[in-house]
Design a protein around this ligand. Structure first.
Ligand SMILES: [Ca+2]
Length: 386
């Protein structure tokens, strides 16, 4: 038996390669939120997780400061968990661990994200939260009183808090029926005072101590919506999600209402990026990511600043698609017989190279040439072995 298939565009081969094309899409991330008012937060849904300052994974892009009154810094104040996720299927929420504290040595956990801010900007924070019935913040028999807050704070250039806006979640009606009762809470709009450089938003659990049972408190799906101060740039065109093939170039663009006096700073996963390597245009209205690879997959956004203030665009994702085609040799024969499949790059002269040895367990049996994608042309034969 001697079969040759040309690894090109013969109708037979087209049929095979359509049947066996492999599609690999890396990191097809969910799109960002609304067009008109974007969520300023990185990883606001808490679904991207990483080992941070805690023993277990916590939300990427967020900070966790945990300590006990007497014992000082503590390394297990919270962790990302799937059972307290809301809204985005398959994600995570954040589980606070009040049982790490004790009466007299209460634990406080500050979970927050810092973002650049300008005086006069207005911020509205919302997020989901609930507790268990025996969570200590529902009890008022201890001093100091355990408290859970959503917070929007403004910091100056010395990183000092100059204005603190908080919502006491228990006073606001925090549900006590576990993660299934998680409810949306929204802080009143807060305006950044003079000298503001940073806005800090998040959830704080203060003075918590161990009680009996599950006693937990959890949060998820934060959204921070900002309104730039008068005179700040207005974004008229948000960067769009982009999918490129491996090695291709992705471009993200932003349009603003007053481009002449503005500066741009693109961010990847919430961190400023600069030109160099495969990145260009990091401080222009269009960012280019050349020779895209898996390490470039993620969320991009841009901060636009002028004399009146600064605004941040919505997040746009870069996803990567890599498609390879594999030829298949189909052998029809007697079960138990053994065939060697060879290939040659040219017919005249032939230079047969053994590809694989195959004992038929079914008939017809398919043999895939996984080594072929970088080859221009291959011819195949199957040889019955004695
Ligand atoms: Ca989530």
């Amino acid at each position: 038996m001697n079969t040759a298939l040309r690894n090109s565009d013969s109708p037979l081969f087209v049929l095979f390669r359509k049947a066996f094309q492999e599609v690999m899409a890396i990191g097809l991330l969910a799109s960002g939120s609304a067009l008109c008012q974007a969520n300023d937060l990185v990883n606001g849904n808490l679904d991207s997780i990483a080992i941070g300052p805690q023993n277990n994974a916590t939300p990427a892009g967020w900070s966790v400061d945990a300590s006990r009154s007497l014992s000082g810094p503590h390394m297990d104040g919270c962790s990302s968990e799937p059972w307290c996720n809301v809204l985005d299927e398959g994600g995570s929420g954040l589980f606070f661990k009040p049982f790490q504290g004790a009466v007299g040595d209460e634990i406080s956990v500050f979970f927050y994200q810092d973002l650049p801010a300008a005086p006069g900007a207005k911020y509205t924070l919302s997020g989901y939260a609930a507790g268990e019935a025996n969570f200590c913040a529902f009890s008022n028999t201890n001093t100091p009183q355990p408290t859970v807050l959503f917070a929007v704070e403004f910091l100056d250039s010395a990183n000092q808090v100059i204005s603190s806006n908080t919502l006491d979640l228990v006073a606001a009606g925090l549900p006590d029926s576990g993660s299934g009762s998680m409810t949306l809470f929204t802080l009143p709009e807060a305006t950044a005072p003079a000298n503001t450089v940073t806005v800090r938003v998040g959830a704080y659990m203060l003075n918590a101590y161990s009680t009996t049972g599950s006693q937990s408190f959890f949060v998820d799906a934060f959204e921070l919506v900002s309104q730039a101060p008068p005179g700040a740039p207005t974004i008229t065109q948000q960067p769009e999600n982009t999918t490129v093939s491996s090695g291709g170039t992705a471009r993200f663009s932003v349009g603003i209402s007053s481009p002449t006096a503005a500066t741009y700073q693109w961010q990847f996963q919430g961190t400023n990026i600069s030109d160099g390597g495969n990145i260009s245009g990091a401080t222009t209205s269009t960012l280019s990511v050349a020779n895209a690879s898996a390490s470039d997959v993620g969320r991009y956004r841009v901060r636009v600043t002028n004399a009146g203030g600064s605004v941040v665009s919505g997040e746009a994702t870069l996803a990567l698609t890599d498609i390879s085609f594999y030829p298949v040799v189909i052998i029809t024969g007697k079960i138990g017989d053994t065939y060697r499949v060879d290939y040659t790059p040219t017919v005249e002269p032939t230079a047969w190279v053994p590809l694989s040895t195959n004992q038929l367990t079914t008939s017809p049996q398919m043999v895939i040439d996984a080594s072929s994608p970088r080859s221009q042309t291959r011819f195949y034969r199957a040889v019955l072995l004695p």
